[in-house]
Design a protein around this ligand. Structure first.
Ligand SMILES: [Zn+2]
Length: 263
């Protein structure tokens, strides 16, 4: 049986409001972490992307440098070859041989020139890659600093709220035990409502409507309440449940009074 005695009913109503207030406080404490964990996660994704880009850029720099080195080596031997050709040119006997060697010298020279151009192009490429690398690295450092800062903030919040959370859970447990002993059916009903509503709001105060003078609505689902129900709620001696959403309804002042009385 649910409590029927008037003064007992009022006590039970007070218990319900107190439990609700405690759960509201618990929600507020837990909400303080906000979306910090998600923000940290997003930043870590960005860091991974940049780290990947950095290793790709580093590889491209290595490649450009090694191509340029190979061209330098190639030019060294081309210059040797050119020297040898010039020496041979001094000793030629026929015009035909002379022109043949001379054209080979020209060709060698052109290849050397072409290689020098390529080396300059590769050096320029490596320079701009190094600049990109430095910029990405700066961004990476900045992101890592932001992650560290957010992690520190989250850690502080968790440390700070852990105590508050534990204290609230203890208060909830104590009061739940009392209510469960006094009126198990009522407690069960409260628990069921609390678990089924978003935000865990099982008890709510009624609210005055703007459009209809003197009329009230459920503070949870905003369904307009019959005048008779409003009158009964005001008397604070019956357990009244919203016919539409099933939440426990109490008047605003009552809820505020009880909440204020709590440490
Ligand atoms: Zn309702």
């Amino acid at each position: 049986m649910m409590t029927t005695d008037t003064s007992q009913v009022r006590e039970r109503l007070v218990d319900l409001i107190k439990l609700q207030v405690l759960y509201d406080r618990l929600h507020a404490v837990r909400a303080r972490q906000g979306d910090l964990p998600q923000q940290i996660e997003d930043l870590r994704d960005k860091v991974a992307t940049i780290q990947h880009a950095l290793s790709e850029t580093a590889e491209m720099i290595r490649q450009a440098e090694s191509e340029a080195r190979a061209l330098h080596v190639s030019n060294d031997s081309l210059r040797d070859h050119e020297q040898k050709l010039r020496k041979r040119l001094e000793a030629v006997r026929t015009n035909q041989e002379y022109y043949k060697i001379e054209s080979e010298i020209k060709e060698t020279h052109l290849t050397i020139e072409k290689n020098l151009q390529d080396i300059r192009r590769l050096q320029h490429k490596a320079d701009s890659l190094r600049q990109r690398y430095a910029e990405d690295e700066a961004t990476l450092n900045e992101l890592q600093a932001r992650i560290a800062e957010k992690e520190q903030r989250l850690k502080e919040i968790i440390q700070h709220t852990a105590e508050q959370e534990a204290a609230l859970l203890q208060q909830i447990e104590d009061l739940s035990k009392v209510l469960q002993e006094q009126d198990p059916r009522l407690f069960l009903l409260f628990e069921r409502r609390r678990r089924s509503f978003r935000g865990g709001k099982a008890v709510c105060s009624i609210i005055s409507t703007e459009r209809l003078e003197g009329r009230y609505a459920c503070g949870g689902c905003f369904t307009l309440l019959p005048r008779e129900m409003h009158r009964k709620i005001k008397q604070r001696d019956k357990i009244i449940i919203c016919e539409s959403c099933g939440r426990f309804l109490v008047d605003e002042e009552f809820y505020a009074e009880v909440a204020k009385s709590m440490p």
